[in-house]
Design a protein around this ligand. Structure first.
Ligand SMILES: [Zn+2]
Length: 114
C-alpha cells in the first residue's frame, strides 16, 4: 500500500452540507457533491466513524475505508470551525506536518488553522 497523499487530497470531494439531523445514535448529514449528487452520511455517536450511502459504501465499510464524500464532509465540518484538513495514508507523512492529527479509519487527518 503506497498510495500518494496528493491523490488522496483529490479524493476528498468538496461537498456542501445541505442538512444535519441529530438523533440518539448519531448525526445524519446530507451532502451535495460537485456533480450535484446528494448523499446521506451517518456519523455514529459511538465514535466509530461515518457511513455513506454511495456506491463505494455498498462494498466497503466507510468507517474503515472512507469514501470521497466522508472525507469531504469531515473537511467541511472542520472548515466551519476555521480549520483546514489534509489526509494521509502514511503515519510518517502525517507526523511530518506537526499538526493535530486524528484517525479516519485507515487514513490519518491533520488539521491546521485556516
Ligand atoms: Zn460516499
Amino acid at each position: 500500500m503506497n498510495r500518494h497523499a496528493k491523490k488522496l487530497q483529490k479524493k476528498a470531494k468538496k461537498v456542501t452540507i445541505l442538512n444535519k439531523v441529530a438523533t440518539q445514535s448519531g448525526i445524519l448529514w446530507t451532502v451535495k457533491s460537485p456533480s450535484g449528487s446528494e448523499y446521506d452520511i451517518f456519523e455514529h455517536a459511538d465514535g466509530s466513524g461515518f457511513s455513506c450511502t454511495c456506491e463505494w459504501a455498498k462494498y466497503h465499510d466507510t468507517r474503515k475505508s472512507a469514501c470521497s464524500h466522508v472525507l469531504g464532509l469531515i473537511r467541511a465540518i472542520k472548515a466551519e470551525k476555521g480549520k483546514a484538513t489534509s489526509f494521509w495514508f502514511d503515519a510518517e507523512d502525517a507526523k511530518r506536518q506537526h499538526r493535530a492529527t486524528f484517525g479516519v479509519g485507515d487514513i490519518i487527518a491533520t488539521t491546521r488553522t485556516a
